[in-house]
Design a protein around this ligand. Structure first.
Ligand code: ADP
Ligand code: 5GP
Length: 199
């Protein structure tokens, strides 16, 4: 995709290994008085307990997801843990055209692709777990995955953490309140800055 220029809003991309706490942090941001619009991703993964269609994700079939890829409705998409995940293009671009800031909570590969497509607008934030042991505890406490799935998520987590230097900011989610404050400060600071100049 040719890089898009001239859009006014910022895209805040938050990535973190699964179970690190990015959903918790992003939900706090959206409840707070930070001017941000969450992009709701589309996925073929089944909903977890408590997840709502249209709020946490749009849950669709693999056939529907492939139809969206073919129709070029997705800004980016990736496969994670055997399921497809993608960002809806129109909803995000409509917000950027209006100068609104958008929050994407997506994986490392997706983050890199969004930055390539929207280099002037993207701000990349990586959320780190305090340790792999604590990440394992959090995955277990969520009670959403089997032991085998948790082992797989931890393996992917190590690969993702190794990419943190590609991000503009790194926040360690040790104590939730402290991590939240850092994340919010970054968003408020970057929200005030103009978009980057074209390269
Ligand atoms: P992610 O969206 O990154 O997969 P979640 O937000 O679902 O992760 O968090 C995974 C689990 O860890 C949840 O049970 C959540 O309540 C817990 N959690 C999140 N942040 C912290 C923190 N700073 N300290 C302790 N537990 C946390
Ligand atoms: P989970 O199943 O734990 O909700 O998400 C698994 C992984 O998929 C996480 O790393 C999450 O950030 C990522 N993800 C969620 N939505 C998207 C998306 O729209 N695009 C991409 N590339 N990754 C996503």
């Amino acid at each position: 995709m040719t890089p898009k220029t001239g859009l006014k809003g910022k895209i805040f991309i938050v990535s973190a290994p699964s179970g690190c706490g990015k959903t918790t942090l992003c939900k706090k941001l959206l409840k707070d008085k930070v001017k941000l619009h969450q992009s709701v991703s589309i996925t073929t993964r089944p909903p977890r307990r408590g997840e709502r269609n249209g709020a946490d994700y749009f849950f669709v079939s693999a056939e529907e997801f492939i139809r969206m890829i073919d129709a070029k409705d997705l800004l980016e998409y990736e496969e994670n843990f055997g399921f497809l995940y993608g960002t809806p293009k129109k909803a995000v671009e409509d917000l950027l055209h209006k100068g609104r800031n958008v929050l994407l909570s997506i994986d490392v590969k997706g983050a890199m692709n969004v930055r390539k497509s929207y280099p002037q607008n993207s701000v990349l934030i990586f959320v780190m777990p305090p340790s792999m042991e604590e990440l394992k505890n959090r995955l277990e406490s969520r009670e959403a995955d089997t032991a085998k799935a948790i082992t797989n998520r931890l393996k992917v987590a190590k690969q993702e953490v190794a990419c943190r230097d590609k991000y503009d900011y790194v926040v360690v989610n040790d104590r939730l309140d402290a991590a939240y404050k850092k994340l919010k400060d970054i968003i408020l600071l970057e929200g005030e800055r103009p978009c980057r100049d074209p390269q």
